[in-house]
Write a protein that binds this ligand. Structure first.
Ligand SMILES: CCC1=C(C)/C(=C/C2=NC(=C\c3[nH]c(/C=C4\NC(=O)[C@H](C)[C@H]4CC)c(C)c3CCC(=O)O)/C(CCC(=O)O)=C2C)NC1=O
Length: 169
């Protein structure tokens, strides 16, 4: 599991180089956004359960077939599994936000996930839609907590989206 700083150190150590201009710019931007990242984590923590619930409701309102007979989130067990997955995405996205790095998502969440989803018939496109709905809700919460520029919130949610949507070659 890596964060922005350990990743940078690793890359420079491999070639035995001191931090150059590029690395310094990277470090600067990491530390400049540090406070906002921590504020975001606090805002998410205070609202996590509500965000998951609201995002789930919005998703099922938009795609009601998911919770109708034959839908993948139909039955209480599968409905709960779907919201639990949303909660996983939110929690690990928060870790990635603090780390300023998506490595934790690759290692703990995304590895083998598409295969699991495919074998269980969990539909990818609606899952991705759920992740995107959640992203927008998180950005609203974080903005409401006083963070002016919430663009950095996009990265982990978009990373999940990209990795899940990736087509087999
Ligand atoms: C921390 C990393 C991690 C992730 C990400 C994870 C996901 C995950 N989601 C699963 C199931 C599931 N995931 C969903 C999710 C959905 N169905 C829908 O229609 C919606 C589109 C969507 C919610 C947005 C559902 C319904 C199941 C149960 C499927 C079944 O058992 O038939 C399963 C199969 C095992 C289980 O049911 O627990 C895994 C492993 N597990 C992990 O440990």
């Amino acid at each position: 599991m890596r964060d922005a700083v350990t990743t940078l150190i690793k890359n420079y150590d491999v070639v035995g180089k001191y931090f150059d201009r590029n690395a310094i710019d990277n470090l600067k931007s990491y530390f400049e956004t540090g406070t906002a990242r921590v504020q975001a984590a606090a805002a998410i923590n205070a609202n996590a359960a509500a965000i998951v619930k609201k995002a789930g409701s919005a998703l099922f309102e938009e795609l009601p077939e998911l919770i109708r007979p034959g839908g993948n989130a139909y039955t209480t067990r599968r409905y709960a599994a779907c919201l639990r997955d949303m909660d996983y995405y939110l929690r690990y996205a928060t870790y990635a936000i603090v780390a300023a790095n998506t490595n934790v998502l690759d290692e703990r969440v995304l590895q083998g996930l598409r295969e699991t989803y495919n074998s269980l018939g969990v539909p990818i496109a609606p899952t991705v839609r759920g992740v995107q709905i959640m992203k927008e809700m998180v950005k609203e919460e974080v903005a409401a907590a006083g963070v002016a520029n919430t663009a950095f919130i996009d990265e982990p949610f978009d990373h999940i989206t990209r990795e899940l949507s990736e087509q087999d070659v």
